[in-house]
Every structure is written in structure tokens, then in C-alpha cells.
Write a protein that binds this ligand. Structure first.
Ligand code: M6R
Length: 619
């Protein structure tokens, strides 16, 4: 969940590291810190509690000079956010520092052992055991060999960790190592300079030639390049990948927040998601990275989709699409629950993971469980080259471009679109979708980006959403209702509201309301009803009636021009008409904009909501 950036080369390291950390702040913003080797050959460390701006101010007041350095932005696990718990953590003599992403599960045992050896601990963090272990082995058994000491120390750790080590005794190099699913470590090559980061956007300004570190691998990085080894010290050959993202895709540009930018670029991102995947002449979809030829599809008896958070709500739609189009039973599981229920896994099963970051540790663990059970695996993933894409038999990129805002928006619509494409692909391979339906869907999909663009244009330029948020931002509880395809949208809409505005919101299947939640309805509990014109429209109208009959306020998401709903609901947000299966992709957009405008009015930090981090690399 933390973010790491490192630099070695001819330039001043601190500004490069700080700029990289800015791109990674979505991963954690409890504290930040940086270390460089200065002109005297000493390690200069600056650390500050809170957001990166605090560290930046500190560095303005107390500058550091040096052309090799490492920085960190923290999402607190062990020990509260504070300057003393901020990374980098230093060895007792100050000769080396470590930054870490992950968790040392056996840190209590290791700390006790190190204390018995005379080590003093300045912080509450688990990271400090790592720096002391490396320091210990450096002088005991590893004969002053830094890489060997790092390897030896890592052997003592339980749990996932990604670390970067800087030592004044080895001033030309950074050592990065990765143990388990602790979040990514990418190494970027420049001209006579090298970069390390937890994620590509942090170094995209400088290089597009990226090498990914796998679990149990380490990189020894100097200005001239990187040498890779496994944790037994054996050399590993690695090929870099050329990333074709535009660096400005990871910048805010004219927008006030990343979330705002990411919401409003969904017309463009959906175009990218669909690009090259629709074949109009054969009325089919082409997904060449799935690694699932038709005979493999025909052997499938079950599909399981695992995901967390917003990606889980996307998975709920995936169940709907795949069952309807491909007639294969689909189960959907929270990735964080999957392996704890001893799931039945077979080799006639496809396990699909949905993950924007491709790093979520629960999702990676669920994939591993599936792989061990013999299932085929597929990742629907946004982050290019991320762990999920690498460990699965096949992958389908969301093609949404970098998503920086902690609240997921464009990755949601992209992943739902990918799932619809997957449903169609499986359906066409199994012969369960007739040509007319395929034609209809391929055509509807091709118009989707335009419809999303129109809807967003109006939301961006009109005052509708702002006025609505002005009226509603004082409420403390919201109920979101949807049915069938719009039930997952109710869940996702509620999650968006609660995570960025801190308003309590529940997403519920509308038909279940009468079995309990209806007791909550009064004038203090507005209901958001997702009720576009679809095959169960009438049922949603009755739910709206039930809320109104009990004095509740209703905000409806409805098809443009629906006069009937205009009379029934107190407020209406309109979406364009389209094919029923695509409606949820449009219906979520007003809820994203609504949540954004509500959060602004409550003075919340939209891009960095409290307690959250974008990539959840701890269990
Ligand atoms: O990167 P992933 O899609 O695996 O992340 C899953 C969740 O952590 C993520 O969707 C989270 O719920 C977001 N904050 C939602 O906006």
C-alpha cells in the first residue's frame, strides 16, 4: 500500500524522487520520507508526518543534495502516522537505510531477537527490523557484502515485503528486493540513469523501458543498469517491456482532482477499452490475450470471479453477462474470502480475477488458490504488466489508462465493458448467442463511448449535479436501490459516496427492501433509485412508490425523457437510452459525479480519502 521511488544517475535525486512520490501518493499518505547520499558521503534523511507536501516543505527548508536516493510514502500498518514511524528507517550507525512496502508478519519475534542482540528501536514499525537485520548480517556472516546481507535478512522475514536499500558504503547502487505479493517493484532504464518505483506512473516521465521484479527476486541497480538475481544469489535474465502510456495520462492537467479527470475521460477510456475488439463484419468480439481457444471454452463447466471493492461490483455484473450470454454458471466471491472457505476448484473451471491495480494481495492469493486447484486463470486488469496479468494463463487489459484517484471510476466502467466482451466471446465460442443478438450488441458497444461522452459533457458543463449536491450534502444516510443489472450499480454508487464523502450509504437489491431496510425510510434517509427503462422498470417504479409512501426523498437515475419518473421522484439524473446490457455502464456515471460533488461540498479530500489507499497490498 505504500509507494517507493528510487533514483541513481547524474541528476539531483531529491526532486526526481519527490516528483515520483507525487504520482504514488494514492498508495498512502500517512507520512513521507526521503534519503540521499550527500556530497560528504553521508546519508541525509528527511521525514515528515502527513502528506507529501509536508516533506516537500521540509526539503525546501532543509535541502538535501545527492545523485542517488530513495523515497517513500506510507500507509500505516505498524505504528500510527508520525515522523518517527515514517520511512526511510536507518541502521544504528546511520550507514544504511531501508524503505518497505508490505508487512513483516513475524516482526515481534524478530524485534525481540534483535533487542537481545543490543539493537535499539526508534519506531513502532515492522520495517525497522529489516534494516537492523541487514545491518546485523552485513557484519556477521556476509562479510560486508550488501546484496548478500539483504538476501540473508529477507530469509528471516515472514509475509510479503518489497524493500529498497541504500548504503553509504555502496554509494553507487540501490538494492531492491521483493518477497511475495507486496505490491509491484518496477525498474526503469534511462540514459545513464536508472529508476525504481512501486508503480509505472511514478517514473513514466523519465522512461518507458520497464522491468518487473517478481517475488523472491532482487535487483542491484547502478546508473549503468541493473543486474537481477533470485534470493539465492543466482543471476536471473529479465526482458524489459516498452510501456506505451502517455506520461500526461498520469497528470491532473486542467482538472481539480484526479477523480474528476478520470470520471470525465470515460468517453475516451471506453473507446480505448473497445479498440480493436469489435469485428463488425462477423458480428463478433476478438480477444486475443485470453489464451482461451474455443475448444477450451467448450470444456468449461463453471466460471468463478474473484475481486475486491469496486472490482467486486463489476464482478457481479460479470456473472449476469456470462450467464446470460454464454450460459455457464458463474459464482462471484470476495477475493478476501475465497481461500478461507476451502473452495471447490477443478480443471474445468475458469477463475477470473478483476483488479484495477493487478496488485491487490487478496485477489492475488485467490488466484493462487485457484491455480493450485488446477483451474485456468484470467486477469481483467488495468495496470499494464502488473502481477495479476503476469501470473494468469490469460489476461484482458481494461485499457483505461492510469487511474490515480483512490476512488475507482473509469476502471469500473472499463472492467464492466471487458466483462461484457468476455461474456460475448464465451457465448460466441459456445454458440449460445445468435447472430442478431451479437450484431445488436456489437453495434451498441460501438456507440457506448459516444453516449458516455454526451452524458459527461452535460454533467461537466451544466449545474445540475452541483445544485443537487448543494441540496443533499447535509444528509447523513443514503439508501441506494437497484434490481438485476442495476443492483451492482446500487452497491457501487453507495461505495463511491461513502468512501469519498464519509456519508453512510447502503446499496441494496431493490426487491429486498421490503424484507428489512424499508424500516429505515423516513424524511432523513434519501433513496437513490437506479431505474432506467429496462425489462424490470415497472418493478423499480413500485419500489419508488413504496419509498414515497413512507415520506422518503427519491433521487432517480432514469432514461432521458422519462416523464413518468419525473413526476414520481424528487430529483432525476438522466442517462441516454441504449441496449439493456449496457445501461449499467452509463447508470454508474451520474452516481460517480454525484458522489464527487457531494464530497466537495463536505470539504473532503476527494483524491486521498482518509484511511484508504489505492493499492491494497496487505491482507
Ligand atoms: O486494484 P483493485 O481493483 O484490485 O482494487 C480493489 C479495491 O481495493 C478497490 O476497488 C477499492 O474498493 C476502491 N477504493 C474503490 O473505489
Amino acid at each position: 500500500m505504500c509507494g517507493i521511488v528510487g533514483y541513481v544517475g547524474p541528476q539531483a535525486a531529491a526532486p526526481i524522487v519527490l516528483q515520483g512520490l507525487r504520482q504514488l501518493e494514492y498508495r498512502g499518505y500517512d507520512s513521507a520520507g526521503l534519503a540521499v547520499i550527500d556530497a560528504d558521503g553521508e546519508i541525509a534523511v528527511r521525514r515528515e508526518k502527513g502528506k507529501l507536501s509536508g516533506l516537500s516543505n521540509l526539503i525546501d527548508a532543509e535541502p538535501v543534495q545527492g545523485s542517488i536516493g530513495v523515497g517513500h510514502t506510507r500507509w500505516a500498518t505498524h505504528g500510527p502516522p508520525s515522523r518517527r514511524n515514517a520511512h526511510p528507517h536507518a541502521s544504528p550507525d546511520g550507514d544504511l537505510v531501508v524503505v518497505q512496502n508490505g508487512i513483516v508478519e513475524n516482526f515481534l519475534d524478530l524485534r525481540t531477537r534483535l533487542q537481545a542482540q543490543g539493537y535499539h528501536f526508534d519506531s513502532d514499525t515492522d520495517t525497522e527490523v529489516i534494516v537492523h537485520l541487514i545491518h546485523h548480517y552485513y557484519g556477521n556472516g556476509c562479510h560486508g557484502d550488501l546484496a548478500a546481507s539483504v538476501r540473508r535478512a529477507l530469509r528471516d522475514l515472514k509475509g510479503p515485503s518489497a524493500v529498497v536499500v541504500l548504503s553509504k558504503n555502496w554509494p553507487d547502487r540501490l538494492i531492491a528486493a521483493r518477497l511475495g505479493n507486496a505490491g509491484g517493484v518496477v525498474v526503469g532504464r534511462g540514459e545513464g540513469e536508472m529508476y525504481i518505483a512501486s508503480d509505472i506512473p511514478a517514473i513514466l516521465r523519465h522512461t518507458r523501458e520497464i522491468t518487473f521484479l517478481e517475488s523472491r527476486q532482487m535487483a542491484v541497480i547502478t546508473a549503468d543498469g541493473a543486474a537481477y538475481f533470485d534470493l539465492d544469489g543466482r543471476p536471473v535474465a529479465k526482458e524489459p517491456l516498452l510501456i506505451d502510456w502517455n506520461p500526461t495520462a498520469a497528470e491532473k492537467g486542467e482538472y481539480r482532482h484526479f477523480m474528476q479527470k478520470e470520471i470525465f475521460e470515460q468517453g475516451r477510456s471506453l473507446t480505448d477499452t473497445l479498440r480493436g475488439r469489435l469485428n463488425f463484419s462477423t458480428a463478433s468480439v476478438e480477444l486475443d490475450t485470453l489464451n482461451l481457444p474455443p475448444d477450451a471454452v467448450n470444456k468449461l463447466e463453471k466460471v468463478t470471479i474473484v475481486a475486491c471493492g469496486t472490482s467486486y461490483y463489476s464482478a457481479l455484473l460479470g456473472k449476469y453477462y456470462i450467464e446470460r450470454l454464454a450460459r455457464i454458471p458463474v459464482e462471484v466471491d470476495y477475493a478476501s474470502e475465497y481461500r478461507y472457505r476451502q473452495p471447490l476448484v477443478t480443471d474445468k473451471q475458469l477463475v477470473v480475477a478483476i483488479t484495477q491495480s493487478g496488485e491487490t494481495v487478496d485477489t492475488l492469493a485467490a488466484l493462487e488458490e485457484a491455480r493450485q486447484g488446477g483451474a485456468g486463470t484470467l486477469a481483467i486488469v488495468n495496470a499494464i504488466g502488473s502481477q495479476a496479468a503476469r501470473v494468469c494463463d490469460g489476461y484482458l487489459y481494461m485499457q483505461a489508462g492510469p487511474e490515480i484517484g483512490v476512488a475507482s471510476t473509469k476502471a469500473f466502467t472499463a472492467s464492466v465493458t471487458d466483462l461484457l466482451l468476455l461474456g460475448l466471446y464465451l457465448g460466441q465460442a459456445r454458440g449460445t448467442v445468435d447472430e442478431a443478438t451479437r450484431k445488436e450488441l456489437v453495434h451498441a458497444l460501438s456507440t457506448l463511448p459516444g453516449l458516455a461522452g454526451e452524458l459527461l459533457d452535460e454533467a461537466f458543463h451544466g449545474r445540475r449535479y452541483q445544485a443537487l449536491a448543494e441540496e443533499l450534502h447535509g444528509y447523513h444516510n443514503f439508501l441506494y436501490l437497484g434490481r438485476a443489472l442495476h443492483y451492482p450499480i446500487a452497491r457501487e454508487g453507495a461505495l463511491k459516496l461513502k468512501e469519498i464523502s464519509y456519508i453512510h450509504a447502503e446499496g441494496y437489491p431493490a426487491g429486498e427492501m421490503k424484507h428489512g431496510p424499508i424500516a429505515l425510510i423516513d424524511e432523513q434517509m434519501p433513496t437513490v433509485a437506479i431505474a432506467p427503462r429496462d425489462s424490470i422498470y415497472d418493478k423499480m417504479i413500485s419500489q419508488i412508490e413504496q419509498v414515497k409512501a413512507r415520506g422518503g426523498l427519491v433521487l432517480a437515475v432514469a432514461t432521458a425523457g422519462d416523464e413518468y419518473i419525473q413526476q414520481k421522484a424528487d430529483y432525476v439524473l438522466e442517462i441516454p437510452a441504449t441496449h439493456e446490457l449496457l445501461l449499467p455502464i452509463l447508470a454508474v456515471i451520474p452516481l460517480q459525479v454525484f458522489a464527487y460533488e457531494m464530497a466537495l461540498r463536505r470539504g473532503a479530500d476527494v483524491d486521498q480519502p482518509r484511511n484508504l489507499a489505492k493499492s491494497v497490498t496487505v491482507e
